[in-house]
Every structure is written in structure tokens, then in C-alpha cells.
Design a binder for this molecule. Structure first.
Ligand code: NAP
Length: 676
């Protein structure tokens, strides 16, 4: 059977130069792959003109909805994908990580899109920056979608998750994608893409698939495109140095080799829960996906005094690992992906063996025509500084080197010898040790997981990148960053600094900024429906003079008898020098000033953000409130709920000398006229 590429709206088969793909578990030839005949210029043009053009016109919330619907659709076809995954060598658990993990990334980014992004096509980044004395000239950063496309080149080890973890932030950012999976496992990626295309949920051109090589695609890249690469450092470096990447300053994100480490703390001796969790994690990371995980533990760093206990415990656990046909019950570890990988890992183990001692394994379990099986290998180096090989040679399989350390400083030096890694884990209940080591190795790691008995049970594991945390690492690991919630989305958008008047920038950003108030005499804003409210519309209230009776009454109601409010001599000695009103009274009194009591479209008070009390309020002071409509976010209609939106109001409370005493944002739920 021949795999097909999905390009410019068609499924097409390569014309010649086919490569044969084998079942990792049986060694039998199952597919042929080639992209010969694909017009790569047309692929990129189609992606930009159709896919990105459509996606970038949708709001974040619309894009988030597409992600959710796609994830739901794929969930109903999971059972069809698992058998294909077994042919890549993945066990049931490995397949769950790849397939369910990939789908979960879409769900996760969908939730983030709804909660953390506005219902807009662009994103306002942070607060405005004052740029002039009188405030008539200000600055504001925004993120807008790029107009190009994202080319995602993936490694063989996660044919589903590897694609989806990149697609989720790409689509949410408003960009189309061209996916090029690694050939050896492209059959699973092809199946997932087929489902996504059949679902008809994505705009035309949003997703294309290249099965086979990328041909001359790089020749047509522009500065509006993004390339992400996951794979070996060697290929990554070659692609990053492509003349078009350099000439057009094409964004290039690289995720490459990584010699991740796991550390056992000196306190975590044999018999402690941390020791047990450490052993379990190291064995897991050696055997899940047969060690073909970019985040797998390659270097195991333990106190010199624990080397014997650790190597005995690891050997005992590794002996119990059942290796075999991936789909069979009870099988913990499947084969490597193909015979090339077996040869590659074998050669790397030989190289590592030239400078280390063998603790466990080290033999080939199968041959290529019976499947690409490879037994776990545990090596030991008594002197981690004697050779760079254990810190630089990544055998992409179930291979790990045990190393002793004798002090915190030495441990940090050893961990840093990895030259930059995706992840490290530290197993300890000694918080000081955890802090010193974390701060010592953080510059060399993209993620650090610290485990004690309290966190171990619920831990997501050393090897699992999560959608809400960044995945990537410095130096050897490629210097890239993926996911990390919002951060990942911005990789597919352009940050632009705007400068202008508050009024103009407020209009452009659909968000009020200081100085863009619009006084709106007439109807009180609390009597207006969601659609009627205008960004920037401002209400200035009448004043209220605060009395001692207010303070006493508020203390009685709230039970807050803090000395600065209630004890005259103590208040005198305090930083306030006399009795002051409760801050929360000021908030309540301000609400009393701006809230309209009549039954109207305001449904509820939804919360309060960014509160600061900037000056004390004393008995005799007269306060006024200024309420400005800052931002409006329509809510997705729900059954049995009135159509509504969230309105964010900026509130400033002043005293009689126009000094600011409190500043904050309140959120209200406001009914839409729609359902009235
Ligand atoms: P690879 O040989 O470098 O291939 C990676 C991807 O690049 C594949 O899709 C491959 O396609 C493609 N490719 C190769 N040459 C290319 C070229 N000249 N132009 C365009 N694309 C090209 O790596 P691999 O063997 O698949 O993966 C294993 C490596 O990936 C390991 O070293 C591992 O550390 C690394 N990895 C890193 C991460 C991470 O997040 N840091 C994750 C997973 C894997 P073909 O398959 O068609 O050649």
C-alpha cells in the first residue's frame, strides 16, 4: 500500500523513488512512501492563500471551538488508530501517550483559547506604556497572526502527539500548517490527518500533509512562514542553515537530542519513598516507547554512597520488564521503530561502552526481520568527568548511564555537562537541596520536575511534556520552545508595538486605555445591554463623605477591628498617624456610588482584578468613583442561560483632592439584548 500526501485539497500518491516502511513489531513491509511529484511551491501558496487567510479571520474563540470539535471527532475514532500505532512498535500505554495525549493537547488549547484569549482576531499584549508627559501619546503591544504558513517537520517517535502538539497552538494563533511526519511512522499520521480532513471542521487549506521528503519546499519559504523541526541535531542544523531560512529570517524552532538526567537526593536513601519513586521513574523512562522519547532519562545521577543500592534496584526492576509484541496484554516494552534505529542504538551503545561499565543488558534481542527489538541497557561510569561521551552521545533507545556524585557542586557540574537538556528530575524531600540544585541546573534545562513523597502519586512524570508548560531546552536540545500555553501560540504570531493617542489605540485594540475615556451622559451603564455598552464609556459619580460612624459600622458588619481602624492611640503610632477607613469599606462605598439599583441587564458581579489601595481614606474625606468600560467578551450561548457577556470595568476612586485612593477592575455579567 502507498501512503498519500494531502496537498492543495487532494490526496495524491508519489510518482517514483518509493521508500519501504516496515512493521516495527514483525519486520514485514507494510507501506511505501514518496512525495515525488508534489508541487511544493503550490503547497505553500495554497496554505497561505486559503488556510491562513481563513483561519486568521476567525476569532480565538472560533478557532478554539474548531480545536474542541476536532478533538471530539478524533476521540470517536481512537479504536481505529491503536492497531496502526502497534505497528510503529508502540505498546498500549505508549499508544495512549501518543494518540490520547495528542487529542488532549487540542482539548487543552481549546480551553485556553476560550479562557485566556479574547473573542478577537488579535491579542492585546500587556498594559499600555505611557510615552509622554500629558498622556496624549502612548504605546501598546499587540500580537497579530502571521500571513504565512507553519511547516512542521516531526520525528518518528510520536506520529500523532508530535503533530497535534504543534498544530494546536498553530491553529489557535490563526495560521495554517503543512505537516511532514518522519517516514517510518507516517502511516499513523496519515490516518489522523485523513480523519481531520474528513471531519470537515477545518477551513480549506488549514492542514496539508507531506508523506515523503520535503523536496524543494524550503526554496519557497518567506519571512511570514514558520518552520518547526523535531528530530536529530544533525538534520536540524542542516535545515536551520538553509539559505532561505537565513535570507528571509524565517522563524525556526528546533527540538533536538537531549541527554536528560534524573537526580537522587542524598536524603533519599534505600527504604525512603523517594528512593522507590526514583527507581520506578528511571525504569519507566527507559522502557516507555522503548526509550525512544526525547525526554527519556539518559543519565542517572546518584550519591556515590547509593550507587550499589540503585544499581541493584534498577537491575531487579529491569529484569521484570516484559518485552514483546506491542499489542499483547502485560507487555511493558515494544520494539524500536525499525532496523536502522536498532543499528544506530547498537553503535551508540558500543561507543558508550568504550568508556563505561555494563550494569545490565546490552544484547540485541531480535533481528530486523523479526521486528526491531532491543533489550534495556544500563551502564555505569565511576568518574563522570573522565569522558564526555555519556553526556553527549544520545542512544535513542532504552539506554541509560548511572553516575555518582559526591557534593552538590559536583552534581550541578555533571548535570550541566549535558550541554542543555529538555528536562531533569530531582527526587528528594530536602527542600534546601532541591532549591540549590534547581537553581544550579535551571539555565541548562527547559523543565525541572522535583518529586517528594507528597507529589509523587499525582506527578505527571519526568517524560511528559504538558500543553500548559513549555517543552524545549537550550543548547544541545535545540534551543527551541513549544507549547507552554499562551507562549506557544505567540510563536505563530507577530508582536507589534503600536504608538499613538489613547483614543486611536483604544479603538484599534477594542480595549480602553488610560486617557481614552468617553463621558456618556444619559442612560446609566448598568441599564444598558451588552451590545449597547461602548468601550471607553465612563461614568463619574457624585461624592460620599466618609464618617467615623461608617468605620464603626463597617467593623461591626465585617468583624474587622484592626487597630488602625478602631484604636485611636494605636492608629496614631501607625504609618497612618490617625484612624483610617477599611480598604474594603472604600470598595463597598464605591460600589454604592456607581451601582444602579434598578432591575436591569446586569446579571451578577463576576469578580475583581488588579486591586490596589493607593492612599488612605480618613473620616471626613469625600470619595468619588469613575467607572469606565474597559473590555467586553461575549460568552458562548448556553441552553437555559440568558445570552450574555463579561464586561470588564476599570474603576478609579479619588478623594476630594483628586488623589487616587483605590484602583481596580471589576467584572460583571451583562445580559445581551438578543434574548429579550
Ligand atoms: P531525523 O532523522 O533527524 O528526522 C527528523 C525529521 O526530519 C523526519 O521527519 C525526517 O524525515 C526529516 N528530515 C530528515 N532529513 C530531512 C531533510 N533533508 N529535509 C527535510 N526533512 C528532513 O530524526 P529521527 O531519527 O526521526 O528522530 C530521532 C531524533 O529526534 C533523536 O535524536 C531525538 O533526540 C530527536 N527527538 C527530539 C525531540 C525533542 O522534542 N527534542 C522529540 C523527538 C525526537 P524522514 O523520516 O522522511 O527522513
Amino acid at each position: 500500500m502507498r501512503l498519500k500526501s494531502y496537498v492543495y485539497g487532494q490526496w495524491i500518491e508519489g510518482e517514483k523513488n518509493f521508500r519501504t516502511i516496515k512493521n516495527a513489531a514483525t519486520g514485514e513491509s507494510i507501506y511505501e512512501i514518496s512525495s515525488d511529484g508534489v508541487d511544493f511551491r503550490k503547497v505553500l501558496e495554497y496554505a497561505r492563500d486559503k488556510g491562513t487567510n481563513s483561519l486568521s479571520r476567525l476569532t480565538f474563540h472560533q478557532r478554539a471551538k474548531i480545536l474542541k470539535e476536532t478533538a471530539k471527532y478524533l476521540s470517536s475514532f481512537k479504536a481505529d488508530l491503536y492497531p496502526l500505532s502497534y505497528s510503529t512498535g508502540a505498546t498500549k500505554f505508549d499508544s495512549w501517550l501518543d494518540i490520547d495525549g495528542g487529542i488532549q493537547t487540542f482539548f487543552s488549547y481549546s480551553g485556553k483559547g476560550k479562557r485566556e484569549f479574547p473573542d478577537e482576531i488579535f491579542y492585546v499584549d500587556g498594559d499600555y506604556e505611557p510615552l509622554s508627559k500629558s498622556g496624549s501619546f502612548i504605546g501598546q503591544h499587540i500580537f497579530v497572526p502571521l500571513t504565512g504558513t507553519a511547516v512542521h517537520i516531526n520525528a518518528f517517535n510520536f506520529p500523532c502527539w508530535g503533530m497535534m502538539e504543534k498544530l494546536a497552538p498553530t491553529f489557535l494563533g490563526g495560521m495554517s500548517a503543512v505537516v511532514k511526519p518522519a517516514s517510518s511512522t507516517a502511516f499513523l499520521t496519515e490516518a489522523v490527518v485523513k480523519l481531520i480532513i474528513n471531519s470537515d471542521l477545518l477551513p480549506e487549506g488549514a492542514l496539508q500533509l507531506i508523506c515523503g521528503s520535503t523536496g524543494d519546499l524550503f526554496e519557497y519559504l518567506t519571512g511570514q512562514d514558520v518552520v518547526t523541526f523535531t528530530g536529530s541535531a544533525e538534520t536540524g542544523r542542516k535545515l536551520k542553515a538553509h539559505h532561505k531560512i537565513i535570507e528571509n529570517a524565517v522563524r525556526f524552532n528546533m527540538e533536538a537530542d537531549s541527554l536528560n538526567c534524573s537526580v537522587l537526593g542524598p536524603d533519599a536513601v534505600k527504604g525512603t519513598p523517594e528512593f522507590q519513586y526514583f527507581i520506578r521513574e528511571v525504569v519507566n523512562e527507559m522502557t516507555v516507547k522503548a526509550g525512544q522519547k526525547c525526554t527519556a532519562i539518559r543519565r542517572t545521577l546518584v550519591p556515590a554512597s547509593s550507587v550499589e543500592d540503585v544499581s541493584t534496584a534498577l537491575k531487579d526492576s529491569l529484569e521484570k520488564v516484559k518485552i514483546g509484541f506491542p499489542s499483547e496484554e502485560g507487555i511493558r516494552m515494544g520494539p524500536l521503530v525499525d532496523e536502522d534505529q536498532v543499528t544506530d542504538v547498537f553503535q551508540k551503545v558500543e561507543l558508550l561502552h568504550s568508556v563505561t561499565e555494563s550494569v545490565y543488558g546490552g544484547s540485541l534481542e531480535g533481528t530486523a526481520n523479526k521486528g526491531a527489538y532491543f533489550a534495556p541497557v544500563l551502564l555505569y561510569t565511576p568518574d563522570p568527568f573522565a569522558s564526555d561521551l555519556p553526556h553527549s552521545v544520545e542512544a535513542f533507545g532504552p539506554v541509560n548511564t548511572l553516575m555518582p556524585y559526591t557534593s552538590e557542586e559536583e552534581l550541578i557540574k555533571i548535570a550541566r555537562k549535558g550541554g542543555g537538556s529538555l528536562v531533569a528530575s530531582i527526587f528528594t524531600s530536602d527542600a534546601d537541596f532541591a532549591r540549590n540544585v534547581t537553581l544550579g541546573i535551571a539555565p541548562y534545562h527547559g523543565r525541572i520536575m522535583i518529586i517528594d513523597a507528597a507529589s509523587a502519586k499525582e506527578s505527571t512524570g519526568h517524560g511528559s511534556p504538558l500543553p500548559n508548560l513549555t517543552h524545549g531546552g537550550p543548547g544541545r536540545a535545540g534551543g527551541g520552545e513549544e507549547m507552554g500555553g499562551k507562549r506557544g501560540v505567540f510563536k505563530y504570531m507577530q508582536r507589534t508595538a503600536l504608538q499613538g493617542s489613547p483614543y486611536t489605540l483604544s479603538h484599534i485594540c477594542s480595549e480602553w486605555v488610560q486617557g481614552a475615556d468617553k463621558l456618556k451622559p444619559g442612560k446609566h451603564p448598568f441599564l444598558k445591554y451588552f451590545e449597547e455598552l461602548e468601550i471607553g464609556e465612563t461614568l463619574i459619580t457624585h461624592g460620599r463623605t466618609v464618617t467615623e460612624a461608617d468605620i464603626v459600622n463597617f467593623a461591626g458588619i465585617s468583624g474587622d477591628y484592626f487597630y488602625a481602624h478602631m484604636n485611636e492611640p494605636a492608629a496614631k503610632r501607625s504609618i497612618f498617624e490617625k484612624r483610617v477607613a477599611h480598604g474594603y469599606f472604600v470598595l463597598s462605598a464605591a460600589a454604592g456610588l456607581f451601582v444602579h439599583p434598578a432591575e436591569g441587564p446586569v446579571l451578577a458581579n463576576y469578580g475583581l482584578d488588579n486591586l490596589r489601595f493607593t492612599k488612605p481614606v480618613y473620616p471626613g474625606d469625600t470619595i468619588t468613583a469613575k467607572l469606565t468600560c474597559r473590555r467586553k467578551t461575549a460568552k458562548e450561548p448556553k441552553e437555559n442561560e440568558p445570552a450574555q457577556g463579561v464586561v470588564s470595568w476599570h474603576v478609579e476612586v479619588q478623594n476630594q483632592d483628586t488623589e487616587l485612593v483605590a484602583i481596580y477592575d471589576i467584572l460583571t455579567l451583562v445580559r445581551s439584548r438578543g434574548n429579550n
